[in-house]
Design a protein around this ligand. Structure first.
Ligand code: FSO
Ligand code: SF4
Length: 548
């Protein structure tokens, strides 16, 4: 019997094998199949785009931007709306026809490269079983499929970061050119394991460039994050909660709510925004609401304010807040009001009016704060103190405990690990995984907080910069530093960051809470042999090994 769908791109996939009846994330079989068709279309677009580049010509900018956005729409917890996928598939047909024309005569097109999809939902679903179209319906062996999917998920994560940079005016065609090449390559059935390993390493290196680009877009537009105390308790008055990763949306909403008596709270991965000078200058950016993404259904229930989701991670909106949650950019859920971009501008009036109508919190909670804002600029401004403390033996070890949070109970590992780190060590953190321990009082070391929050998951770039600066200061290889990596993964951005860490040659990474279902036993063995990747075990055992 064939599956209603197949998807295993994220950590919460059913039984750590694959979602086959419906997505654990809430993705319907219908949307899963439409995403399969879209990805298949994008592979052909990648093939023809690469042909254009091989001729020395350029791919039109709008096609590149469409490619980036369409890829982003298929990430975990981004878009669950079949109607929007009809639109993306229509767009993909148009772009493919255009690129086929620009590529001219092509003699070596692989099967599926020139496939043009039907455009209505029922017809799209009818062709979604086409042989070789989805993850499973082909004749690839498990190892090639594993490496191919790792590449696709890495590129998905990278293009999500790219999208955030593009909306701030930073587009790097080398990044999209690689994504075209990578997607196009996955149609080539003659590629072997070595080819895919090479492409995955190239994806890791390209993602470093992409995170650097996003860092430049964010810091260039909003300044460098600075150490900042952020309110994490509620204040009386109307409010809007902004979630996701997109700084531009937050900025535009802050500008449109100024002087209206509305407080704006960040949520999830938006927390680091409270540390950017050009965002925190808005006094009504009042603090952060709630915990990580997987708590939203509980925390948003009946909340007397409106919510804006600017990117992942969106969960199925519950009745208690379905009327007050809004999506923007690539995010979508059927019947949730979408704030569209009209000529580069968004009108957030519906979100604002709803917040005012709901009235907000009726009283102040007792004040609680946490400290954030230790990106590369702020942390490295203490480089002398840090190096001095290491040399004096006052600071013995660094841990990078970062990545994604998620719903599994095994994720308490990361809380326990952070709690058990000795007082003469420091923790660098990033991504939403930090919510497992960022409200703990871990004290100070060398005059700095022991917990240094570098920012969003893409600010892994900051952590890499800090690690490289330390290896420079101690004149040693980055793998010889007293630095251990404890990485929690959930979705495809984490795959992109992991590939970047591997491309940088970082070794001894602890990965949890479980290993990806799409990694085959043989591919896992390669990762162990080459990079000494380890699955997390217990905090005590891993801590002991890391400090040994
Ligand atoms: Fe988290 Fe979600 Fe930022 Fe991810 S909010 S899980 S890796 O989207 O991107 O860290
Ligand atoms: Fe399942 Fe994750 Fe795919 Fe959703 S994104 S369908 S939870 S594997």
């Amino acid at each position: 019997m064939s599956n209603a769908m197949f998807c295993y791109q994220c950590e919460q996939t059913a039984g750590n094998k694959g979602c086959t009846t419906t997505g654990v994330c809430g993705k319907s079989p219908e949307v899963a199949k439409m995403q399969d068709v879209l990805i298949y279309m994008l592979k052909g677009i990648g093939f023809y785009g690469t042909k254009i580049l091989d001729k020395g010509d350029k791919i039109p900018k709008e096609s590149c931007e469409f490619f980036t956005e369409a890829i982003f729409s298929t990430l975990t917890n981004v878009n669950f709306d079949a109607e929007r996928f009809e639109e993306y598939i229509k767009g993909a047909n148009k772009v493919k026809k255009q690129l086929m024309e620009l590529a001219g005569e092509v003699s070596d097109a692989p099967d599926g490269a020139d496939f043009i999809s039907p455009e209505t939902k029922s017809e799209i679903l009818a062709i979604s079983d086409r042989p070789n179209l989805g993850v499973l319906d082909d004749t690839l062996n498990d190892d090639i499929r594993s490496l191919r999917e790792l590449l696709i998920y890495g590129v998905k994560g990278m293009e999500a970061y790219h999208h955030h940079a593009i909306v701030l005016g930073k587009h790097d065609e080398d990044i999209t050119n690689f994504s075209f090449k990578a997607f196009g390559a996955t149609l080539n059935r003659d590629l072997g394991a070595d080819d895919y390993v090479g492409l995955n390493m190239e994806a890791g290196n390209t993602n470093i460039k992409c995170m650097e680009l996003l860092d430049a877009a964010n810091t260039g537009t909003f300044g460098h994050p600075e150490p900042t105390e952020v309110l994490i308790s509620q204040k009386k008055g109307p409010f809007i909660i902004v979630s996701g990763h997109d700084l531009r949306d937050l900025n535009d909403l802050l500008a449109q709510t100024e002087g209206k008596g509305i407080n704006v709270y960040t949520h999830g991965e938006m927390l680091p925004c409270n540390a950017y000078p050009e965002l925190k200058k808005y006094k009504h950016l009042i603090g952060n609401f709630g915990g990580a993404w997987q708590d939203q259904q509980k925390e948003f229930d009946g909340v007397p304010g409106s919510i804006l989701m600017t990117s992942n991670c969106l969960m199925k909106p519950m009745e208690g807040y379905k009327d007050r949650i809004y999506s923007s950019y690539v995010v979508g859920w059927p019947e949730v009001t979408h704030i569209a971009d009209a000529n580069g501008k968004k009108d957030f009036s519906p979100v604002i009016e709803k917040a005012l109508a709901l009235g907000g919190f009726t009283e102040d909670e007792p004040e609680k704060k946490i400290t954030i804002g230790f990106g590369r600029n702020a942390t490295l401004s203490y480089a002398n103190e840090i190096v001095g403390a290491v040399k004096d033996g006052k600071l013995k070890h660094f841990f990078l405990i970062g990545g994604c949070d998620g719903a599994k109970s095994g994720r308490n590992y990361f809380t326990e690990f952070a709690e058990k780190t000795p007082s003469d060590t420091a923790i660098l953190t990033l991504g939403c995984g930090k919510y497992r321990f960022n409200k703990l009082d871990l004290g100070t070391v060398a005059g700095l907080p022991r917990l240094l929050d570098c920012g969003q998951c893409n600010d892994a770039y900051s952590a890499v910069k800090i690690a490289l600066a330390l290896s420079d200061a101690f004149k040693c290889d980055v793998n010889s530093l007293p630095l251990s990596y404890i990485v929690s993964w959930y979705e495809q951005k984490a795959c992109a960051v992991l590939l970047s860490m591997l491309a940088l040659g970082l070794k001894d990474i602890y990965l949890g809470p479980s290993l990806p279902a799409f990694i085959s036993p043989n591919v896992l063995q390669v990762l162990i042999d080459k990079f000494n990747i380890k699955a997390v075990s217990t905090p005590d055992a891993d801590l002991k090994a890391a400090l040994a």
